[in-house]
Design a protein around this ligand. Structure first.
Ligand code: AMP
Length: 120
């Protein structure tokens, strides 16, 4: 599935409460909700409310403070749900598995040992 070019994006529609999601945290600029198809016991998406940035490279260049807010909220969620240890994934580009072109971080935690990138 590709939602490239959709506007408003599916995540903007979640921000606007036009479609349902299990929202677990929200600030003025960032929202976090459960991934609808979890790949780990903890799988939360942390999303800037603006859909101005399609991916993390654009976000880092355009608004590094907002990227830092995404990381801070991811860390807070991992503190609350997984003892503070987590994997943060930004799929960037279709070939890398990105399907929603509204920048978002996957916060993954719990039971990650078997396929850990750190295992080499
Ligand atoms: P990506 O493939 O990195 O673009 O990630 C998009 C993620 O959004 C996938 O993990 C989907 O399962 C998730 N997703 C798509 N639609 C929804 C939705 N309505 N609510 C929650 N998560 C969603």
């Amino acid at each position: 599935m590709s939602t490239s070019g959709d506007s408003p994006s599916i995540f903007s529609r979640i921000v606007a409460r036009e479609i349902p999601a299990t929202i677990i945290a929200e600030t003025e600029t960032v929202i976090a909700f459960e991934d609808i198809a979890p790949k780990a016991p903890v799988h939360v998406l942390v999303v800037p409310k603006t859909e101005k940035y399609r991916n993390v490279v654009e976000l880092a260049a355009g608004d590094p403070a907002l990227l830092a807010e995404v990381v801070a909220l991811a860390s807070r969620i991992a503190d609350e749900r997984a003892g503070g240890e987590f994997r943060l994934v930004f799929n960037t580009g279709e070939a890398a598995g990105q399907t929603v072109f509204h920048v978002h971080a996957h916060v993954l935690a719990g039971g990650l040992g078997e396929d850990s990138l750190a295992d080499g």
